[in-house]
Design a protein around this ligand. Structure first.
Ligand SMILES: [Zn+2]
Length: 337
């Protein structure tokens, strides 16, 4: 690692808009989900672990200043489990923030993030991945907002009451009437709508309906790697036209079919910057939600490798800072405040 890259990385506000670490820390989740998430509930977030990808010591080593923690319905979508599991995860999130208050701070707006960074703490924001957890009720959406959630994806992989996920794309269904109401309510609340995991028809509906710029918190370019979780060029142009941002996902199958590496990940950044400009791309690792990682991105401590690769390709300092977090911060400021 060049000292130049490391220095720029440390001087930048680095934002990662998606990790699944709360799954690993929530016994209710690991107990029912089996082997993919190694239970770290007894260890907690404050201790460096050999397991998984993210904990507070490793976030600091990796220079991540703001981490968005996803609350996920995953496959546990049967009422009342989805809602209950989500609340368990939010309880874990706030408990971990309290136990480690010297090093991490829950944030709900742009100024909170800047303040936390100024205090030398990791800014921790909550998101929902799969609004199955509201069980069809706008009131639950408002409660989740009061609990600190500032980013919501309507679906995870499958169809729910609001929309269809990419794994349920066969019928080409867009948003339900309730899905439309949820987007309108998120707009009103100042919560960012996340289009990662939604099918293409749903993306276009959200694009039409939302008055705010949207995020694809953890999705890449489909032109570079043809996975349905990635976005077509048309979708990326529309997202950028609306002022949105997409966070680059490290899941190997979203990065490159045979050679997922830090270099092939940055190929997605290059493509998006060429297609639109450098204002609409950021990071959304999906750490602790992926079974394996690209070479060079084995856990969150390896984040500076992205900065080094961007510099190696000739990106200027301003562009690197935008990609590492400035773009996500702009979006948060505009939508959430
Ligand atoms: Zn996901």
């Amino acid at each position: 690692m060049s000292s130049n890259a490391l220095d720029l990385h440390r001087r930048s506000i680095v934002v990662d808009t998606h990790c699944d670490t709360l799954k690993c820390l929530t016994q209710e989740f690991t107990r029912t989900k089996g082997s993919m998430w190694k239970d770290r509930s007894s260890v907690g977030m404050g201790v460096r672990s050999e397991l998984g990808h993210v904990d507070i010591p490793r976030l600091r080593d990796g220079g991540v200043d703001c981490q968005v923690f996803a609350v996920s319905s995953a496959r546990d979508r049967t009422p009342p489990h989805a809602l209950r599991t989500a609340l368990d995860m939010i309880d874990v999130f706030h408990g971990e923030c309290e136990r480690n208050s010297d090093a991490i701070r829950p944030v709900t707006c742009h100024d909170d993030i800047v303040e936390a960074v100024g205090e030398g703490k990791v800014a921790a924001m909550l998101s929902i991945e799969g609004a199955d957890v509201i069980e069809g009720r706008l009131s639950m959406l408002r409660v989740f907002h009061r609990l600190g959630v500032r980013m919501v994806g309507l679906v995870h992989s499958l169809r729910n009451l609001l929309a269809d996920g990419v794994s349920d794309a066969r019928t080409g269904g867009g948003l339900s009437e309730l899905g439309v109401k949820v987007v309108e309510e998120l707009d009103r609340l100042g919560v960012i709508v996340d289009v990662s995991h939604i099918n293409d028809a749903g993306f276009w509906d959200v694009n039409d309906i939302s008055r705010n710029p949207v995020i694809a918190s953890h999705s890449n370019s489909r032109a570079i790697c043809g996975h349905p979780r990635n976005m077509t060029d048309d979708m990326i142009v529309a997202l950028a036209d609306g002022g949105g941002v997409m966070g680059m996902n490290f899941a190997p199958s979203f990065v490159h079919p045979t050679a997922p590496t830090v270099e092939t990940l940055v190929n997605h950044v290059d493509h998006i910057v060429d297609l639109v400009d450098s204002d609409h791309v950021g990071l959304g690792s999906d750490f602790d939600g992926i079974r394996s990682t690209p070479v060079g991105l084995e856990d969150v401590t390896k984040m500076p490798g992205i900065t080094e690769e961007l510099l190696r390709r000739g990106y200027g300092e301003d562009d690197v800072k935008k990609i590492l977090g400035g773009n996500h911060l702009r979006l948060i400021k505009r939508v959430v405040g």
